[in-house]
Design a protein around this ligand. Structure first.
Ligand code: SF4
Ligand code: SF4
Length: 158
């Protein structure tokens, strides 16, 4: 979804966002019912359901890191079936006082430095898909977190 603003080579050298520690394990993705079924994950990995979303159980390793079980040496095994939250990362649809907007996480070294206008332009073709996903399952909408930057003007287009 972010191919206009995020290169595969940037992610190959980084891979931050499929591993978590105690400070950000809360940010691990939840799968909507449809995404869970499409990804074919039932019976493959342990999971827990919170509200309407499915969460993969991630065990902590000896270094204190939690690894998503879908991460392989060559990237995410889900390919085109990765959930909305992962496809949109490092962006989020967030609630604001007036409605919805887009925000970017400061964790991503490739996208966060881009301007708001650059990010929104790169996303333009995918805005209908983003709207449709959060209309279908409001659990995919996040609260604004302290390390997110709201994208100026995005409240008019989401
Ligand atoms: S944090 Fe950003 S650059 Fe790093 S792997 Fe994730 S999306 Fe790619
Ligand atoms: S589902 Fe795929 S993209 Fe999402 S956290 Fe797991 S390995 Fe990463």
């Amino acid at each position: 979804m972010l191919k206009n603003i995020l290169s595969a080579s940037a992610c190959e050298q980084c891979r931050i966002c499929c591993e978590y520690d105690d400070s950000d394990i809360w940010d691990a993705p939840g799968f909507s019912e449809d995404e869970w079924q499409e990804a074919g994950l039932e019976g493959r990995f342990p999971y827990e359901k919170r509200g309407s979303l499915y969460y993969l159980v991630m065990e902590k390793d000896e270094k204190g890191l939690y690894h998503c079980p879908c991460l392989s040496d060559t990237g995410c095994i889900l390919g085109e079936h990765k959930p909305f939250r992962c496809a949109l990362w490092p962006l989020y649809v967030v609630r604001t006082g007036d409605g919805l907007a887009l925000a970017v996480s400061d964790v991503c070294p490739a996208v966060f430095p881009k301007t708001d206008a650059e990010i929104l332009e790169g996303l333009r073709d995918n805005l209908p898909r983003i709207r449709k996903a959060v209309e279908k399952d409001s659990a995919l909408i996040e609260e604004l977190h302290e390390n997110y930057r709201l994208l100026a003007g995005s409240d008019r287009i989401v």
